[in-house]
Design a protein. Structure first.
Length: 152
């Protein structure tokens, strides 16, 4: 049975991170994701931080390049934002996740956004999940990095 959706055969990404090396893989999968501040939710009582975003599927072709996904951190004891916009509907571009270890197995996991903004979550231990939530769709264009641009 054929599908009209060329992305139907690409399974959704599901990743679990339990250490700094695992977080590097999630960071790579999230590079160039876009998120609105209103799609960041910290449930203090549940000690859970959830970020819903649209990620660029570096592992797929251009036909299947964007997907709605979420990354969720558990065992979060504190969250701090720096430079984040007050307007909750502003789009932010995620550059990377950075983990700075503290007293094992804890540390600080920082979502680093373009424009010098970041969101830091202090965690008792690394407990992160990334999951695609929808089918993929075609991206209008692929993200470009200064190193990718050709000199004239």
């Amino acid at each position: 049975m054929s599908s009209d959706n060329p992305c139907a055969n690409i399974p959704p990404l599901r990743l679990l991170a339990q250490d700094a090396d695992d977080l590097m893989i999630i960071s790579a999968a999230l590079q160039d994701a876009v998120v609105r501040a209103e799609d960041i939710s910290w449930e203090k009582q549940a000690r859970r931080l959830t970020v819903t975003l649209t990620r660029f599927r570096w592992e797929a072709d251009a036909e299947c390049a964007r997907v709605l996904a979420a990354v969720q951190l558990g065992d979060v004891v504190n969250v701090q934002a720096r430079g984040m916009p007050r307007q909750r509907d502003i789009m932010l571009e995620l550059l990377a996740l950075d983990f700075q270890p503290a007293e094992p197995p804890g540390g600080s996991l920082t979502f680093v956004f373009a424009g010098g903004m970041d969101l830091r979550a202090d965690v008792e231990c690394v407990d992160a999940v990334l999951a695609d939530l929808t089918s993929s769709w075609k991206a209008k264009k692929a993200p470009v990095h200064p190193a990718d641009e050709q000199a004239p």
